[in-house]
Write a protein that binds this ligand. Structure first.
Ligand code: RNT
Ligand code: ZN
Length: 419
């Protein structure tokens, strides 16, 4: 769309929103600054570069669309391209399995910043922040699906050391990049079939986590989160780091709780959990994902739940208390499009939240006028967010509408298809 048309749409939208007392420019300014962390693992189907091969831990990527990034250079190239399509403050979320060993024989229990310096340099060049994740899966030291709660002392120690190294590496990232590095601990530990001693593994998990978090590392630079989960593939009956476990540990030990949108019962939504958890902890981490019937990790769509999540962040002024990260992996479509769609949707939902007549809706609610509340909630759906979005994209130098798709198609022809 040409600039003139975009400006016309923006002027119209500005007037419509002014009618609700909403300042469009202030809304844009607010949401542009909220970091959204893009997960590196969409680009290569969660495989990483350590040469360990198959994806384990009860998660699965399906599809074999051509163009998967096979090396760190390819992945960074794809990320460079994807970032041209994504407006707003963006971080990159890395997993430890994306280490570059430079021919050295070194394992996860010994990793240092050296294995990630290329990533830090790449991020620094862009003025971007990094987030980080220990990788407790896809590795020969996994004890089945157990890591930090393994009964095998040697294996458990290996994973405890890995957990420690990741905080150290994250601190380096934070120092080098001048932005906090959120570290998320997700352990797939659990059983396929009915567990008898449900307590033992949790005792051990708690001890292992205590050891990992014993070192005094500034939590402002390196906020650490615990991600809970209902079940995984092959881990259907018992998950050590269940919701109560992870939430309880986080509250007690001043950690963040990580809410993944796909990790609850199918009718449970994380948008409903934000204001409750934040009554008892300073900050939470979100893994914005989309489960379809199960924890399927579909690309984030702009559906009611995504909007509700972002409404919660914006309406409750959680801008600085909720860290937003995306977590999905779809190998059945162009992987760069998958990034662009999810990241643009997340930002667009933030924009829609900041443009909503929240004040008027609230006042109706406080006054007990639920008719007005519902009427406004419904009218809000068709306010001209799209016109503001196109204008916002234009000012950020990224394509509006679906113009980005043509660019992705070209990159596919020039780069991806040749892999
Ligand atoms: C798995 C968790 C976890 C992973 C990533 C790769 O169910 O959601 O966050 O998806 O860490
Ligand atoms: Zn997750």
């Amino acid at each position: 769309m040409n600039q003139e048309k975009i400006l016309k749409g923006y002027e119209y939208a500005k007037e419509v929103y002014a009618g609700y007392g909403i300042n469009v420019d202030a809304a844009i300014e607010r949401i542009d600054k909220i970091p959204v962390s893009m997960h590196c693992w969409q680009g290569d189907d969660v495989i990483g570069f350590e040469g360990t091969g198959a994806l384990t831990g009860g998660i699965q990527t399906t599809g074999n669309y051509p163009g998967r990034a096979r090396t760190a250079e390819e992945l960074r190239g794809d990320l460079d391209f994807a970032l041209k399509l994504i407006p707003g403050e963006t971080k990159l979320n890395l997993h430890a399995s994306y280490a570059e060993k430079h021919g050295k024989t070194i394992d996860r229990d010994q990793y240092t910043i050296a294995e990630f310096q290329n990533w830090a340099d790449w991020a620094k060049e862009k003025g971007m922040g990094l987030d980080f994740n220990p990788t407790f899966f896809s590795h020969p030291m996994m004890d089945g699906d157990f890591s930090l709660s393994s009964l095998d002392e040697k294996k458990r120690r290996f994973w405890i050391e890995h957990g420690k190294r990741c905080r150290e590496i994250a601190l380096e990232f934070a120092k080098q990049l001048g932005k906090p590095c959120v570290v998320n601990y997700w352990m797939p530990d659990g059983f396929k079939d009915v567990c008898v001693d449900t307590k033992l593994y949790r005792d051990i998990m708690k001890q292992s986590l205590d050891e990992i978090f014993a070192a005094d590392i500034d939590e402002n630079l390196v906020p650490c989160a615990l991600e809970s989960k209902l079940f995984g593939i092959g881990v259907e009956s018992y998950t050590v780091a269940s919701h109560e476990f992870s939430y309880g540990y986080a509250v007690k030990n001043h950690k963040l709780y990580c809410l993944d949108a796909g990790h609850f019962h199918p009718t449970e939504v994380i948008s409903a959990k934000l204001s409750a958890t934040l009554e008892f902890m300073d900050r939470v981490l979100l893994h914005v994902s989309r489960g379809v019937r199960w924890d399927s990790d579909h690309v984030v769509a702009h559906d009611d739940e995504l909007q509700k999540i972002m409404d919660e962040v914006i309406f409750n002024d959680y801008d600085a208390r909720v860290f937003i990260g995306l977590d999905y992996f779809d190998a059945s479509i162009n992987r760069i499009a998958a990034w662009a769609i999810g990241m643009r949707n997340a930002r667009k939902a933030l924009l829609s939240a900041a443009l909503a007549p929240a004040k008027a809706m609230r006042e109706a609610e406080y006054a007990g006028d639920y008719t007005t509340r519902l009427a406004l909630q419904e009218e809000r759906r068709s306010l001209p967010v799209g016109a503001v979005w196109d204008y916002y994209c234009m000012t950020k130098g990224v394509p509006g509408g679906d113009e980005w798709l043509e660019m992705v198609r070209q990159y596919e022809k020039d780069v991806l298809i040749k892999r």
